[in-house]
Write a protein that binds this ligand. Structure first.
Ligand code: G3P
Ligand code: CA
Length: 384
């Protein structure tokens, strides 16, 4: 069953509404959460998106090696409303889907003796890393590698698929989305992130122009295109805004974090500053949403238990911004202490309960490695 077929879902305008008026999507949620504005007047057209929407984080990465066509396909088949891609470039300027340019943990590159000499140490966004990096490989070389599970100790089941898929290019994902869209009679929504944009620009491998070219080539550059564009660097979002009209989401880490482009520019503001009413108003000038770490929405206490929601949902909605926080995962090791079950860190805890608590804050969407579980909670919520 695809996303458009599930019954009883509150639907709202998608990207068109986001672009036309953030206020239309500005607020919703349960009684006691952020005050609802005009969300209830949304429509259920074929390109409508539900509220709250579920983003398949790196596909369905709780069940398949992340950022593979297999992971994206499973997320879509599970009913995820939007499928996420993280983008990095190759040496010859192609955009490929990887969470980071260091491909040591998510590919079999270490097993390729012909690439042993490419192992190197670099500093990326202030972090010293040793491994193999996409920008040192041509696309043809990268295509000889196979993807593998990032956290085999936690997700042993996923190692079943190690070696099954290659690294996809973003263009292959666009083609996949076209095929799936034709098959399902609707458009396939993507949530596309530029990774380390300042770093790659410094290497002459700017991401935004390459991304914009591909979006244009596939007719996904307009305001009502089924894409969200996201980045941890506000500068990348602003650059994208000059190139295409898609709705944009500024990603935010923990409260003490500072966007890397701010660090490079000597801008002292942190995430805590950016989620203040003043910071949110600044973001609303060039983006339609924020994607904060879930701890910004509901912090955990010193013992790791779930605390009380902050005012960020209300404040962001008041600024006309939607919220797509990250990342829900089913395993105990990722859950607040009071949602864990048993002592095995890799076993599933009360993920459904945690998703319910997150959605009750009035957020507009949620990234999850386990979109099927998150969807169960979202569908309950949509029926309220
Ligand atoms: O883009 C949303 C979420 O994916 C941000 O975190 O590090 O998993 O890309 P990350
Ligand atoms: Ca991401």
């Amino acid at each position: 069953m695809n996303a458009g077929q599930r019954p009883g879902r509150r639907m709202v305008l998608g990207a068109a509404a986001l672009g036309a008026s953030a206020a239309v999507l500005g607020a919703a949620g349960p009684a006691g959460a952020a005050p609802a504005r005009s969300r209830e007047h949304g429509h259920s057209g074929r390109d409508g998106l539900p509220v709250p929407l579920i983003v398949g984080h790196r596909g369905a990465s709780g069940y398949r090696p992340e950022h593979t066509l297999g992971s994206y396909q499973l997320a879509l088949d599970m009913g995820a409303d939007v499928i996420e891609q993280d983008l990095v470039p190759t040496k010859d300027g192609h955009l490929v889907c990887r969470h980071e340019n260091d491909i040591t943990a998510t590919t079999d590159v270490a097993d390729h003796p012909e690439f042993a000499g490419r192992k190197t140490t670099k500093t990326v966004d202030g972090d010293k890393l040793t491994g193999w990096f996409t920008e040192d490989f041509t696309l043809a070389e990268l295509k000889t590698l196979r993807a593998k599970e990032r956290i085999p100790g936690t997700r042993q089941h996923n190692t079943l698929y190690d070696g099954h898929w290659a690294i996809p290019t973003f263009e292959e994902v666009l083609q996949w989305a076209e095929r799936e869209g034709r098959r399902r009679g609707r458009r396939i929504w993507l949530h596309i992130e530029t990774k380390h944009p300042s770093y790659f620009r410094s290497l002459g491998l700017g991401l935004e122009e390459r991304l914009a070219r591909l979006l244009r080539a596939y007719g996904r550059h307009r305001k009502n295109a089924p894409n969200f564009l996201q980045s941890f660097e506000p500068g990348s979002i602003r650059r994208l805004g000059r190139l295409v009209d898609c709705p944009k989401v500024v990603l935010l880490g923990g409260l003490k974090d500072r966007p890397w482009d701010f660090t490079e520019a000597g801008d002292r503001r942190t995430v805590a500053d950016l989620v203040s009413p003043r910071g949110l108003a600044w973001i609303a000038d060039f983006a339609e949403g924020i994607g904060p770490d879930l701890s910004v929405i509901i912090p955990r206490d010193k013992d790791g238990r779930l605390g009380k929601p902050t005012s960020v949902v209300r404040d962001a909605h008041a600024a006309g911004l939607v919220l797509h926080p990250y990342t829900g995962r089913n395993e105990n090791t990722f859950l607040p202490v009071d949602f864990r079950r048993g002592t095995d860190p890799a076993a599933y805890g009360d993920a459904l309960g945690y998703y319910r608590a997150c959605l009750a804050t009035g957020i507009d969407g949620l990234f999850s490695d386990n979109p099927d579980t998150a969807l169960l909670a979202a569908e309950e919520f949509r029926r309220r």
